[in-house]
Ligand binder design. Structure first.
Ligand SMILES: [Zn+2]
Length: 665
């Protein structure tokens, strides 16, 4: 039985090893995984090139393969010997080997040319290729009896023009492919079709082994990536056993903060997903990353509520296994406190909408806007969650105090009604940029759909006059606010019933003064009260001011966003001190776990060391009772509970500390 409690995977890709030199030894890797805190091994069984690492009836053997060896079989046995669970991975869509003989099974792009990822051909699952890959999947499960099967890259191309797609679309809907491309009907068909194929593939495997867990890989956290895959993890989360987001933190330039996004996406799907922690700084390098960075990566993944997948390397000098020893020491305490790895719910009170619906209706990608808000909130140490389109309901929002709509261009009427109800029931909503400015077909509306709720109206591109509130397209909130704004670069907002944020947060007024004529005090944030809740509008572009896209980073923006969200009520866990600490808190069996990770600002270099943070005070509100607070590393923690507020004082966090709160939180 596949049990994900305390799971730490060790990932092995035989393609990284020189098989002709016999470098890949299942026994060595499994022994290492075991002593390094691992509980399962993930082995690539069928590669991106379509090669098998076992003698397959259907797929050719990999280059350099030593005749007679069966790597998958060797790993299956070694895992059993060491008490590790075994999870082979089968790459599904990419396949150079099959493409060579069946070019007609390839995905065809919009220009009529075969589609590929770089040099790797990508096959279409709406062709005879599906039967081939199903054979491979069944072969791996039947022969090796794994605990878990990972299906990687179950992908159909948006707008694939292959003959198989033409026939499948016509059979399913009667539609003609050429005419249907780009329409909602086509999009819906593609999703449903791919989801059905993914389900069939999973069931083909489970039919052979009933307790097999099937995990899908490669979805990332962006709905935009989901669009690229051609299916919707948020709809299929119910029947898939788990999801591996397939992104390595600080591998392809992902910052440690990316782990927060991946974890939040998994939580929104209600899955404990897996996130990669690479041992090496880059693929194909022989240099192991510093132990400090390895621990920070694993800590970031665990803190965000995900499970780490540890990438392993062949034994080439100067790489050695010291990093894995380090990781083993790091993971060991979790064995004694598995609850720290069992997040049941978030303690966040702020939700950021990650919308696929709005983006697809308008052809936009607001995932970077969402990321900007999340980054600002994390840096301000405000706990946040993602909510997905389907969670815009009374129940889905009941847990939260603040809902952020980060430039979400369109929200369908029923979901919007739920947002308005949320505000009248005492929640606060914060809209930004062009949120609700578009209709269901991507058409620009004369005014925000949220105009009445916000008490602001859209005036028009460049039509601002003195006294208007502004969103400046390319200079959303400039650090030199006294410079004149060039004509045509601003979107003007008129306030009807809204107040300036400066009237309640005096410090905010100066930093947000936008220049236009004489209106030097025009603020970028407005607010209005409805029943028990507040509706605020942020007239800036968070992607620019927080992430600095377009060279417009505004140093005070994060602080401003932090102040705003705190004022709106989105805070349950407050942390003072230790500026570079990132904080996560989850409800776990028997109480809560608070994870503190000292993450220095990333400048692209590897983390060799971390300067300890000084004294930190953590206040958790709405606590019923507490019988104890302990640190996982055994250091002493002082705490007191008064008026349902738990106050914890921690001295010095070198890299990572997990505090377990026993009680009702
Ligand atoms: Zn196709």
């Amino acid at each position: 039985m596949w049990d994900e409690t305390g799971l730490v995977l060790y990932a092995v890709d035989p393609g990284q090893y020189d098989l002709s030199r016999g470098e890949l030894e299942a026994e060595r890797v499994c022994r290492r995984a075991k002593t390094g805190g691992g509980t399962a091994v993930r082995l690539t069984a069928h590669s991106l090139l379509g090669h098998a690492y076992y003698p397959s009836e259907f797929a050719p053997l990999a280059f350099g393969y030593e005749y007679g060896r069966d790597y998958v079989g060797e790993f299956a046995e070694a895992c059993r010997r060491h008490g590790l669970r075994f999870a082979p991975a089968v790459n599904v869509a990419a396949n150079a080997a099959v493409a060579a003989s069946r070019p007609d099974w390839r995905q065809i792009g919009p220009n009529g040319a075969p589609h590929g990822w770089g040099d790797v051909p990508v096959m279409c699952l709406n062709t005879g290729y599906l039967a081939h890959i199903t054979d491979v999947v069944r072969e791996v499960v039947a022969r090796y009896g794994p605990d878990c099967l990972l299906l990687e890259n179950v992908v159909t191309l948006d707008g694939c023009r292959c003959h198989g797609c033409e026939v499948a679309l016509h059979d399913d809907t009667g539609l003609d492919l050429e005419a249907a491309l780009g329409t909602e009907a086509y999009r819906e068909w593609r999703y449903q079709r791919t989801e059905r194929l993914a389900w069939n593939l999973a069931m083909a495997a489970k039919g052979l082994r009933g307790d097999l867990a099937v995990v899908f890989a490669g979805a990332a956290w962006r709905p935009g990536r989901g669009k690229a895959m051609g299916w919707r993890p948020e709809r299929t989360a119910e029947w898939m056993d788990n999801l591996e987001t397939g992104f390595a933190v600080r591998w392809y330039g992902h910052s440690l903060e990316e782990a927060d996004l991946l974890g939040a996406y998994h939580r929104a799907l209600r899955k404990t997903g897996w996130c990669w922690v690479e041992y090496a700084p880059r693929p194909y390098t022989v240099l192991a990353c510093p132990p400090t960075e390895l621990r920070l990566k694993a800590a970031s993944v665990i803190a965000a509520g995900s499970r780490p997948v540890v990438w392993t390397l062949p034994p080439m000098p100067p790489a050695d296994d010291s990093g894995l020893d380090t990781l083993g020491e790091f993971l060991a305490p979790f064995g004694g406190a598995p609850a720290a790895l069992e997040p049941e719910a978030s303690l966040a009170r702020t939700a950021v909408l990650l919308s696929r619906t709005g983006d697809e209706a308008t052809g936009r990608d607001t995932s970077e806007q969402a990321r900007a808000w999340c980054t600002a909130l994390s840096r301000e140490r405000i706990l946040w969650d993602f909510v997905l389109d389907g969670q815009l309901t009374r129940n889905g929002l009941a847990h939260y105090r603040v809902l952020v709509l980060p430039g979400t261009p369109y929200i369908p009427p029923r979901e919007w009604a739920a947002v308005v109800d949320f505000v009248w029931a005492g929640g606060s909503v914060l809209l930004a940029g062009e949120a609700t400015r578009y209709g269901p077909h991507g058409e620009a509306l004369p005014d925000f759909a949220a105009a009445e709720l916000l008490g602001v109206s859209y005036v028009g591109e460049g039509a601002a006059s003195a006294g208007d509130y502004l969103r400046v397209a390319d200079l959303p909130l400039t650090e030199a606010p006294r410079q004149p704004v060039p004509a045509g670069r601003c979107v003007a907002i008129r306030t009807d019933d809204a107040q300036a944020l400066g009237s309640v947060l005096p410090g905010a007024a100066d930093s947000l003064a936008l220049p236009l004529g004489d209106a030097e005090e025009a603020p970028g944030i407005t607010w209005r009260i409805h029943g028990g809740g507040r509706a605020a509008y942020f007239a800036g572009d968070a992607e620019a001011v927080v992430l600095g896209h377009g060279g417009t980073r505004f140093s005070a923006a994060e602080q401003l966003i932090g102040e705003l969200v705190r004022w709106l009520g989105g805070e349950r866990v407050r942390v003072r001190g230790g500026r570079d600490l990132s904080v996560h808190a989850h409800r776990v069996p028997g109480g809560a776990a608070v994870h503190l990770v000292a993450r220095p600002p990333s400048d692209g270099r590897l983390f060799e060391s971390v300067t300890p943070s000084g004294e930190i005070e953590i206040v958790v509100s709405q606590v019923l009772y507490v019988s104890g607070v302990r640190a996982l590393d055994g250091t002493e923690v002082s705490w007191e509970l008064a008026n349902r507020r738990l106050r914890i004082v921690v001295r010095g966090v070198e890299e990572y500390r997990c505090l377990m709160i026993d009680g009702a939180v």
